[in-house]
Every structure is written in structure tokens, then in C-alpha cells.
Ligand binder design. Sequence first.
Ligand code: AHM
Ligand code: MG
Length: 335
Amino acid sequence: MSKKLQTLGEFIIENQQAFPYSSGELSRLINSIRLAAKVVNHEVSKAGLVDITGAAGDTNIQGEQQQKLDVYANQKFIQTLTNREIVCGIASEENDEYITIQGQNNDHKNKYVVLMDPLDGSSNIDVNVSVGTIFSIYRRVTPVGTPVTMEDFLQPGNLQVAAGYIIYGTSTMLVYTTGHGVNGFTLNPAIGTYYLSHPDMKFSDDGNIYSVNEGNYAQFPQGVKDYIKYCQAEEGDRPYTSRYIGSLVSDIHRNMIKGGIYIYPSSSKYPDGKLRLLYEGNPMAFIAEQAGGKASDGERRIMDIKPQELHERVPFFCGSKNMVDKAEEFIAKAK
Ligand code: AHM
Ligand code: MG
């Protein structure tokens, strides 16, 4: 018997009541992300054909070189979100400052802020490896009718109303949560429709994959080194398998499906870790927790951290719950 095919559009409508503040705005917001993702997907999939890859020449706030597709994806997502009367502000990993959206009547009446990494792992594009978009959505805390302020963006992850990622991989998928589990949709590029392909995604409690840039091993804190040695030890179900793409979305996506832990710890090069709390840490943490997994900075729950600035970095341990617990145990022991 064949399974009933459900499109993302149908899924959004059917589940609208389950969304927080179910006025339909959040559904429209997810819809516009879905649309922008299709446009970006189209461009990303052509990257090898046209002379679009390579550095655009700009340098982002972290001092990293931007690829042209980063700039393109950033523009597309911002355009699509700005053109709809839903979002009052956008913060992007590619922009130094947040963007205020006043709305068509200049009345600042929109309710949601979106924080995003429009094209994460973009250094992988030149070598035809999967990249992703990550997004995080909050309700504004300042009154409707006034321009957004920094306060609207610096909310802890536990106040997210939705978060998700798009993976531009062998298939393009949109995976998201509104706090009622995690669902994954695969794009049929021939007709431009996303279908529910991965309902109710879950991290297994235990896993056997660890994903970390081991080239930086010598720079890691002792507790992290000890945990990596534990992963490699021949005992019980270990050694675990090491898998690291260097593309956060792909590494987390694989580990959610197969069971595993992703680690980007602090190091002598990156004393606060490399990943950004607002654009990468919080949305991935929300997804992980909604999928029964865990996300921590090695000591604290990621989503309980009160952000101090837009581009703040955070050490990141995310994945199967028992694996993250074990990593925390080693870190605590080494203190
Ligand atoms: P980016 O936002 O500049 O693309 O950097 C984030 C990426 C993640 O996708 C990935 O997990 C990590 O950086 C890889 O870093 P490294 O090359 O240091 O291992
Ligand atoms: Mg990134």
C-alpha cells in the first residue's frame, strides 16, 4: 500500500492550530522561508556550472571571506522576508547590524524577528559538498508599533517559536520545528514541491558517530580531549565512527538520522568556540531538543544562555542525549 504524500503546504495548514499564537502569521513566515529556500537551492545547484563560486571580496564581521553565494542567499532571504508583512527585524550572520523592517505603512506592526545563517558551510561549495541555511524565529519583546531594538534579538533560545534548516544536499530538505517535534520535507525539484519525507525526526539516546575537527585536537580543553579518547577506545560499542563534513547542517542532519554527537569546542584559536549562538547554536539546539537530543556548551544548556551580542560565539556539543551527557561528564571531571 502506498503512503499518502503530504506536501509542506498541506502540513502547515493542517498543523496551524498547534502553532503558538496561531494567527497564521507564523505559517506565512515558514512559507516565505520555503520559497526563498527554493530560489537559493536553484542557484546553489548551478554553482559548478557558472562562475559564481569564489570569494566575493567582502569580509564578514568575523573576518572571514564571503563567497558569492553567501551574498546571494543573504539577499534572497532578506528580500523574501521583507516583502511580507510578518517580520519586523532580521539579523543575519552575514550582516554586522540587524535590519529593521518597518512594514508597508511604516507602522512597525509585524510581530516576528528572524535570525539566520543564510549559507552555512559555504567554503564547501567549491568542492560540491552540502551546505545549509539555518533560521531561528522569535516573537518580538518590544511593543508592536515601535521599531525593533537589540532586545528583540538578544533573547535566549528557550523563547524561540520556530527554528529550522535547509540542507542543499543530494536532495534538498527543509527540516523545522515549532516546538511540536521535528519534521523533514524533501524537495522534488522537478515540480518545486516539498513533501513530508521524515515525520517526527528523533535522535536516538545513544549513537556511535562523533563529529569534530580533530585537526584541532592539540588546542582542545583537557575534558574534550579525554572525551575524544573515550570515543576512540576499544570497549563495548566503541570505538565510535568519526564523521566530519565541516558543514554544520549536514553533520547535525546525519547525526540526527543515525545517532551521534557534533562537537565544536573552545580551543586556543577560538576561545569561545567558533559557532554563533544566535544563528547556529540556538536553532540547532531547539531542533535537537525537539528531536529528543541535547545541546550544551559543555556545562550549560545552550538555550538557557542569555545572549550578550548578535555575533556571540559558543562552544557547541549537540546530538544524542547520552553522548552529550558523557562529554559533559568528562569536561566536569577535567575541571
Ligand atoms: P561558517 O558559518 O563561516 O560557514 O562556519 C561554520 C562552519 C560550520 O558549518 C562547520 O561545522 C564549521 O564551520 C567547520 O569549521 P572548521 O572548518 O573549523 O572545522
Ligand atoms: Mg555559519
